[in-house]
Design a protein around this ligand. Structure first.
Ligand code: CU
Length: 391
């Protein structure tokens, strides 16, 4: 609103409020952000790292020698007690919000929390786990009462309640999305952030408490917050889950190894190094167990991949897409450089090559240990076959 008298400005404000159009020389009103509320609980579940009970990437039985936690006698373990973020329909936390087919590939990840610059994300968090937990977001704005991280930061009282929500407790997190949480000039129209529990971060995240936030540039979002210039979005976390360092390690040890003196909480780290319980996963799933139907797109679609890494000791990954290429930070690539824990990247693909293609970590040890999935590109002229509408 420039070059108008104060009286003219008042008139413009009035007309803008009524008509929301540029009239009589005044600019349109600034977009008004919306508040997006999510009901998210930390729930304890039995998590299966390979629910198909098969290596779907290679089309063969699971390599059970890699899933054994004991050689004498042989014990195969792929189901572990864990904690995950799950979305509910309302504040009663009595009904799970159904996860749409297009997000079924999220696997162990919590729900996608999203908004455009100017919006506010509100999370009503309920802790159904047996240990204190929180929700700490990256990127979006938080004050000390909404940071969701436990450390000596000079706060107390209400500004401390967000740090660790006790078992059975509830907390309301409010995270505005200012300009600096959205895409910068060189970014695509939306970018990914991560949220995770940050009370006992090591155990919290290895237990499974992590999920994505997607922020879209102001003016580029559909009503649901997704970017208008993208046909399909996927989220993949390349993560090494260490079952030696979860809130359930003792319980899981007992489950598989029995209640012996050796499996007490102060006993030796039985699972290491001989026993493999450091699971190399994509979204908490191994050996191609991510649902292919949820990783399906159509030739010609503009596809956005949001990728991040876990918080483990060896979360150094090089995600590689066969068959199609991506643009990342202005460069053409088919392998992402994710050389450290909790790195976040947004990569755009225009799928031009129909087929079923492998997506795997190119750190070969991770790949053979299960860090692979398959995605599918349907021919542009094919009907149905799982991809459905673009959104
Ligand atoms: Cu890797």
């Amino acid at each position: 609103m420039t070059g108008t008298s104060s009286r003219g400005a008042s008139a413009c404000v009035l007309f803008s409020a009524l008509l929301a159009v540029a009239a009589a020389g005044c600019a349109p009103p600034a977009p008004k952000g919306v508040s997006r509320t999510y009901y998210v609980a930390a729930d304890e579940v039995d998590w299966d790292y390979a629910p198909a009970d098969s290596d779907l990437t290679m089309g063969r039985p699971l390599p059970k020698e890699d899933l054994g936690i004991s050689n004498a006698p042989p014990v195969v373990a792929k189901v572990f007690r864990k904690a995950v973020y799950r979305e509910y329909t309302d504040s009663t936390f009595s009904a799970l919000e159904p996860r749409p087919d297009r997000w079924k590939h999220l696997g162990i990840l919590g729900p996608v929390l999203r908004g455009a610059v100017g919006d506010t994300i509100v999370v009503v968090f309920k802790n159904n786990a047996h240990f204190p937990a929180s929700m700490h977001p990256h990127g979006v704005f938080y004050d000390k009462a909404n940071e969701g991280a436990l450390y000596s930061d000079g706060t107390s009282g209400a500004a401390k309640a967000d740090d660790q929500v006790p078992p059975g407790g509830t907390h309301r997190y409010v995270w505005p999305i200012p300009e600096r949480a959205g895409p910068a000039a060189g970014d695509p129209s939306s970018i990914v952030w991560v949220y995770h529990s940050h009370t006992q971060e090591l155990e919290d995240v290895h237990s499974g408490l992590i999920g994505p936030i997607i922020v879209t540039r102001r003016g580029m979002a559909r009503p649901d917050g997704s970017p208008r210039d993208v046909d399909r979005e996927f989220v993949t976390m390349f993560a090494s889950f260490d079952e030696n360092t979860t809130h359930f390690t003792a319980e899981n040890r007992r489950r598989y190894l029995g209640d012996t003196a050796q499996v007490g909480p102060k006993g030796p780290r039985l699972f290491r190094p001989r026993f493999n319980v450091n699971f190399q996963t994509i979204n908490g799933l191994m050996y191609g167990n991510l649902p292919l139907a949820s990783l399906t797109m159509r030739e010609g679609e503009r596809v956005r991949w949001y990728v991040f890494t876990g918080t483990g000791f060896d979360d150094f990954h090089s995600p590689h897409w066969h068959g199609n290429t991506l643009v990342v930070r202005g460069h053409r690539e088919d392998v992402l450089d994710m050389d450290g824990p909790l790195l976040m990247e947004t990569a755009d693909m225009v799928a031009d090559n129909p087929g079923i293609w492998i997506l795997h970590c190119h750190f070969a040890d991770h790949m053979v240990a299960g860090m692979s999935a398959r995605y599918r590109v349907l021919p542009a002229d094919s009907a149905g076959a799982g991809a459905g509408a673009s959104r």
